[in-house]
Design a protein around this ligand. Structure first.
Ligand code: 5GP
Length: 188
């Protein structure tokens, strides 16, 4: 918690398949002061994903309806689907003193850096592109076309890593989690 009693906003980005979801689960288990923002998306749920937990799964019409009311901290179109961070829940969690993670892609990340220059920005990198490709395929949740599209996106996204204050390589899960918890301790 910061001096004013508010939590820290944490921008947390990494390409598809880099393991950021797994890291996030560990962070939530180990640090009870962390909260994860639940985004709105127009993407179809994957097997096992729960509405309201992993995302709020909405129609394009529903997604767009809150844009004019400044309902999103940021939003972006990624691989033909919309993704956005609902503003209100994030502000409420920050007010309660929680450190709030936004697990979002780079276009949204840049919007957040511009609006909130104090944001703590962390980019998760794969040990190599070969490892990333293997992880994406092993996940088995996407068809070949989507895997290739996401790999292509990943190559583009990694170019933005240098705009983030911290780059963390996810080679070993435990090490990556420890590193992020250390960064949080230092920065809050
Ligand atoms: P996925 O479809 O794999 O769940 O997510 C695709 C990408 O969208 C990931 O990089 C994920 O972090 C990002 N994402 C998830 N929620 C949001 C959001 O609210 N805003 C933005 N800009 N990106 C998001």
């Amino acid at each position: 918690m910061s001096k004013n009693g508010k939590g820290k906003l944490v921008l947390y980005t990494g390409s598809s398949g880099v393991g950021k979801g797994t890291i996030m689960q560990e962070l939530l288990k180990r640090d009870k002061n962390i909260r994860l923002s639940v985004s709105n998306t127009t993407r179809e749920p994957r097997k096992g994903e729960i509405d309201g937990v992993h995302y709020h799964f909405v129609t394009e019409e529903q997604f767009k309806s809150i844009i004019p009311n400044d309902g999103y901290l940021e939003y972006a179109k990624y691989c033909d689907n919309y993704y956005g961070t609902p503003r209100k829940p994030v502000e409420e969690m920050l007010d309660k003193g929680y450190n709030v993670f936004l697990e979002i892609e780079v276009q949204g990340g840049i919007q957040i850096m511009e609006k909130y220059p104090d944001v703590l920005s962390i980019f998760i990198l794969p040990p190599s592109m070969e490892v990333l490709e293997k992880r994406l395929r092993n996940r088995g949740t996407e068809d070949e076309e989507t895997v290739l599209e996401r790999l292509h996106e990943a190559e583009n996204e990694i170019k933005y890593a240098e705009k983030y204050k911290y780059n963390v390589v996810n080679g070993e899960l435990e090490k990556a989690v420890d590193e992020i918890l250390d960064i949080l301790k230092r920065e809050t």
